[in-house]
Design a protein around this ligand. Structure first.
Ligand SMILES: *[C@@H]1O[C@H](CO)[C@@H](O)[C@H](O)[C@H]1NC(C)=O
Ligand SMILES: *[C@@H]1O[C@H](CO)[C@@H](O)[C@H](O)[C@H]1NC(C)=O
Ligand SMILES: *[C@@H]1O[C@H](CO)[C@@H](O)[C@H](O)[C@H]1NC(C)=O
Ligand SMILES: *[C@@H]1O[C@H](CO)[C@@H](O)[C@H](O)[C@H]1NC(C)=O
Ligand SMILES: *[C@@H]1O[C@H](CO)[C@@H](O)[C@H](O)[C@H]1NC(C)=O
Ligand SMILES: *[C@@H]1O[C@H](CO)[C@@H](O)[C@H](O)[C@H]1NC(C)=O
Ligand SMILES: *[C@@H]1O[C@H](CO)[C@@H](O)[C@H](O)[C@H]1NC(C)=O
Ligand SMILES: *[C@@H]1O[C@H](CO)[C@@H](O)[C@H](O)[C@H]1NC(C)=O
Ligand SMILES: CC(=O)N[C@H]1CO[C@H](CO)[C@@H](O)[C@@H]1O
Length: 541
């Protein structure tokens, strides 16, 4: 006897910001909240709770319960003698657990955060038998209802979207579906598939539009499901509260639903919440079949790869830019700090899996921003298994990855080591013309005791010797064959900042094989390790 649990997955999280990019609205009020993580801004009651992944869960799988979530601050909805235009978008899913189902949820604009007389089941936690239709309710709702209540509430069928004015007898109601250029498609609200909803009100024309579509539909349907003349002036007071309400109550036969898609959306929403000055901000996304389109913040100065080596074959050819030693140090420290955030400071460990110069993007101030993080995790959540592969780029992949196929923080450290060498030397990890392997090349310089001779010749000696030795030595430390011998990204930061001295009597272990061909390696023998040591080396500042 356990009905549905209803969750809103990041109301206006990344997904709906994209919707705003694609469909700029003329609304005077946009309800934009990045996610529900800051529960401090929400008044929750009943069974409502904010989950760890930032989703707002309004009910759980208990029968006949209700939950409400209202944003704390009221919104001025009436100006002069007119209702303001408003617009919102959110993603929800209705997951049926066990042997129950229903009832549904509603987007609510109400004069009060407390809804006296509200009951569960078909009343969606909004109203009750005793106050239905009372004009002093001042409640406007768009309901997503999974049950037809015995014809009592003028509902079209058991899977519908309706507009409620002070009453749950819907003013307008339509079976849940969306329109395409060549017809219409049904939407099953209770399918556990995330569904996006848009509610737009034109205060001047007094027209309310409601549109829904599964999040897998790449663009918002042009034609709304409901487009109806509605005067909200008698309903609205000047200040109104915006939120959601849901209830459970139907007993029905149910199925498990597609947990995978829900996890996928939660994962993208979680990536969208990541904020660090050395990470590119994810602004939006959409899923088109198996393709994932990600919208990132714009980085005016392009990638580190293009700056170091220039672009010729590209649509936008550009010559290499001579980055100064100081600029390179700032970029390298920035990337390291971004990786510490992913590895240790975010709410869960995120392994980047594809650290490389072309994923390091430069902002207007030449600050480094790491892009494309977390993609591999997304692929684990819901992409075609055929596209799931070892993510990584030749020259940046440590030997153990090709053996175990398992990316760890230490595989990121290895790739970062390559980035250190590449940036300091101004040479690609594997030279496209000569095939020279950069790691081996730098190592040979080290063995000959002339590490700093490996520094980019284009700098013509304009660099700090100690700092250059530190960067190259650290690059080698990170590129060691055994993952457990590499430093952590936090240690890397401490070495680069001079907060900690690099081990003076270090012996570095490399597998000979890994300097030859990263790609075709199938097994490793530690006995063939080359060893190397550097007598004394101090961290430069
Ligand atoms: C959430 O609360 C914080 C602190 O109370 C406040 O600064 C912020 O503006 C609020 N955000 C919204 C969307 O209300
Ligand atoms: C569901 O929510 C109700 C009301 O808040 C609570 O009493 C009950 O313990 C919850 N059930 C579960 C399984 O969390
Ligand atoms: C409507 O609600 C108000 C406030 O709760 C109450 O005073 C009034 O009696 C109600 N009207 C009817 C017709 O029930
Ligand atoms: C819908 O609302 C309008 C006012 O906006 C009202 O005139 C009309 O009677 C309502 N229709 C129904 C079926 O409730
Ligand atoms: C039910 O809704 C339809 C339109 O959706 C409307 O024409 C009709 O008047 C409504 N009936 C009641 C009893 O509100
Ligand atoms: C959509 O659902 C309605 C019933 O709600 C049904 O009559 C119709 O055939 C369905 N259309 C498609 C394309 O499945
Ligand atoms: C509502 O939909 C109609 C029909 O597509 C459109 O002409 C109108 O601009 C829309 N209004 C709003 C506020 O979205
Ligand atoms: C529901 O999921 C559970 C575990 O995830 C599984 O054991 C069970 O067979 C599933 N039931 C149905 C009806 O798919
Ligand atoms: C090195 C480089 O390309 N710097 C540019 C970074 O972007 C700013 C703003 O677009 C330019 O002013 C710099 O010249």
């Amino acid at each position: 006897m356990s009905p549905a649990s209803i969750a809103l997955l990041g109301y206006l999280a990344v997904l709906s910001i994209l919707a705003h990019c694609l469909f700029p609205s003329s609304a005077e009020v946009d309800f934009i909240y990045n996610d529900f993580h800051n529960a401090a801004n929400l008044s929750l009651d009943g069974s409502a709770t904010v989950l760890r992944d930032g989703a707002l869960q309004l009910t759980n799988d208990s029968n006949k319960i209700m939950g409400h979530a209202f944003f704390d601050s009221p919104v001025q909805m009436v100006r002069g003698n007119a209702v303001v235009s408003f617009s919102t978008a959110f993603v929800f899913d209705i997951v049926t657990v066990g042997s129950g189902g229903g009832h549904g949820l509603a987007f609510v604009v109400s004069a009060s955060k407390v809804l006296p007389g509200a009951t569960a089941e078909q009343y969606l936690g909004l109203l009750g038998k005793n106050n239905m239709g009372n004009s002093s309710n001042h409640v406007f709702a768009v309901e997503f209802d999974t049950v037809q209540a015995n014809g009592l509430l003028n509902e079209t069928d058991g899977n519908h979207v309706g507009v409620d004015l002070n009453s749950l007898v819907s003013n307008v109601s339509e079976p849940a579906r969306y329109f395409t250029d060549d017809g219409e498609r049904n939407v099953t609200l209770e399918s556990a598939e995330p569904i996006q909803a848009w509610v737009d009100y034109d205060g001047g024309a007094k027209i309310l539009n409601v549109t829904i579509a599964p999040v897998t539909v790449p663009t918002r349907p042009r034609r709304p499901l409901i487009s109806h003349a509605i005067d909200l002036l008698p309903i609205f007071k000047q200040d109104m509260y915006v939120g959601f309400s849901a209830s459970t109550g139907k007993l029905a036969i149910s199925s498990n639903g597609t947990q995978g898609m829900r996890e996928f959306v939660a994962e993208v929403a979680s990536l969208g919440r990541m904020r660090h000055r050395n990470l590119v901000e994810l602004r939006g996304w959409c899923k088109r079949g198996q393709d994932l389109l990600l919208v990132y913040e714009f980085m005016p100065n392009g990638s580190l790869d293009a700056l170091l080596f220039g672009r010729s074959a590209d649509k936008f050819p550009s010559p290499a830019t001579l980055l100064t030693w100081e600029q390179r140090m700032t970029i390298l420290k920035g990337v390291a700090s971004g990786l510490v955030y992913l590895h240790e400071e975010w709410e869960q460990v995120v392994v980047h899996r594809d650290v490389k110069a072309s994923n390091v993007l430069l902002g207007a101030d030449m600050g480094a921003h790491l892009g494309d993080f977390g993609l591999a995790r997304l692929y684990e959540h819901g992409a075609d298994p055929a596209t799931t592969r070892i993510v990584g780029t030749l020259g940046y992949m440590p030997p153990e990855l090709t053996v175990t196929g398992k990316a760890t923080r230490a595989t990121d450290v290895f790739a970062y080591g390559t980035l250190l060498l590449e940036t300091a030397c101004g040479r690609r990890p594997i030279d496209p013309v000569t095939g020279v392997n950069l790691l081996r090349w730098v190592r040979d310089h080290g063995v000959r005791g002339e590490l700093v001779h490996a520094v980019d010749e284009r700098l013509a000696g304009c660099y700090d010797n100690e700092a250059a030795r530190l960067v190259l030595w650290l690059g080698l430390m990170c590129s060691q064959a055994r993952p457990e011998t590499r430093p952590s990204m936090r240690q890397v930061c401490q070495y680069l900042d001079g907060e900690e001295d690099i081990p003076e009597e270090a012996v570095l272990l490399f597998s000979d094989a890994d300097t030859v061909d990263f790609g075709s390696l199938t097994s490793l023998t530690w006995s063939s390790c080359a060893t190397m040591s550097v007598g004394s080396l101090h961290g430069g500042r």
